[in-house]
Design a protein around this ligand. Structure first.
Ligand code: NAD
Ligand code: UDP
Length: 311
């Protein structure tokens, strides 16, 4: 088996590369390092079954040889990252999705696209089920990401319906783990970095907004199962354990043993007030549910950063 992974040098992509190599696949990682890093896959480069192509997937790409699977994970994913590069984000969700689908079609490969809980916007349905169409501001400060992913889903369904490509859509809810960039601006790297540096933890707004955090190995396992299913409509993957961001800050302080204070900063525009996946479909279809508790995942992640920072 040979699998192409766009965004393979990113946080989730690098874990996917590891998993597919462990399953015996040859893996081609395509990345332009806009938000990922060569370091994320450095431990894989001596494996003869692993190859990196440095390329912007929003531009045409020809891949020689057989391909069995194409996983399209390239896209800035942190609000800070995608707001810094709005046009690149819209391009990789639209043109990049088109290129990746074209590769899958040419090779007769299975295709899986990383979509997101952001397609639900600031949701009015809670928890979010796949049949909810969302509440998205099409011109707001998160629109470059939300609308590019909504377009990407539509393009994926069009390739399935018109060209019969075996496509899959995963709607990923907040996922964390080793190899997130400490400066990517997302809540976990921010809080852990601040806790280690003895700086105050910056809770945006009053911290009553909720998120549900999934450890990366669980997500990767769900993706692997979905790729091998016969289901083509979107599937939520995430950990339904919901908490407020203020509770999350307190949990990070407890697990790092930090004495940092908590301070409040303005809530960014269109920040979703609540988010929690309904994973009934994934349970039924894939026999999947998270195996690693949030606390255990956080312990592993904090240990990783401790080693990295020599703490
Ligand atoms: P990340 O920023 O760590 O990884 C994204 C990777 O894509 C990076 O390596 C980046 O360099 C690469 N990339 C971006 N644009 C590219 C382009 N034009 N050509 C080639 N490579 C490009 O982010 P992540 O958290 O690993 O997210 C991976 C995917 O999962 C994204 O598509 C994201 O939207 C999706 N997702 C992630 C989460 C999460 O909680 N981590 C939640 C929902 C969806
Ligand atoms: N957040 C926060 N402090 C930070 C970073 C983020 O309070 O230093 C909040 C943010 O406003 C949001 C939640 O944490 O409500 C998750 O933010 P993140 O950027 O990780 O991802 P999102 O789920 O918003 O895409």
């Amino acid at each position: 088996m040979r699998t192409l992974i766009t965004g393979g040098a990113g946080f989730i992509g690098s874990h996917l590369c590891e998993r597919f190599l462990a399953e015996g696949h040859a893996v081609v990682c395509v990345d332009n390092f806009i938000t990922g890093r060569p370091d994320n896959v450095r431990h894989l480069v001596d494996n003869p079954k692993f190859r990196v192509i440095v390329h912007d997937v929003s531009r045409p790409l020809h891949v020689d040889g057989l391909l069995d699977n194409v996983l399209h994970f390239a896209s800035p994913a942190s609000p800070v990252d995608y707001q810094k590069s709005p046009i690149q984000t819209l391009k990789v969700g639209s043109l990049g999705t088109h290129v990746a689908l074209g590769i899958a079609k040419a090779h007769g490969a299975r295709y899986l696209i990383a979509s997101t809980s952001e397609v639900y916007g600031d949701p009015e349905v809670h928890p979010q089920t796949e049949d909810y169409w969302g509440h998205v501001n099409p011109v707001g400060e998160r629109s470059m990401y939300d609308e590019s992913k909504r377009f990407a889903e539509a393009m994926t369904m069009a390739y399935h319906r018109e060209h019969n490509v075996q496509t899959h859509i995963v709607r990923i809810f907040n996922t964390f783990g080793e190899r997130m960039r400490l400066d990517d601006g997302r809540v976990l790297p921010n809080f852990v970095g601040q806790a280690f540096r003895g700086e105050p933890l910056t809770v945006y707004g009053d911290g009553s907004q909720t998120r549900s955090f999934c450890y990366v190995s669980d997500l990767v396992d769900g993706i692997y199962r979905l790729l091998h299913s016969d289901y083509h409509l979107p599937v939520n993957l995430g950990n339904p354990g919901e908490m407020t961001i203020l509770e999350f800050a307190e949990e990070i302080l407890r697990l790092t043993g930090s004495h940092s204070r908590i301070v409040h900063r303005p809530l960014p525009a269109d920040d979703p007030k609540q988010r929690k996946p309904d994973i009934s479909l994934a349970r039924r279809l894939l026999g999947w549910e998270p195996q690693v508790s949030r606390e255990e995942g956080l312990r592993r992640t904090i240990e990783h950063y401790k080693k990295k920072l020599g703490k």
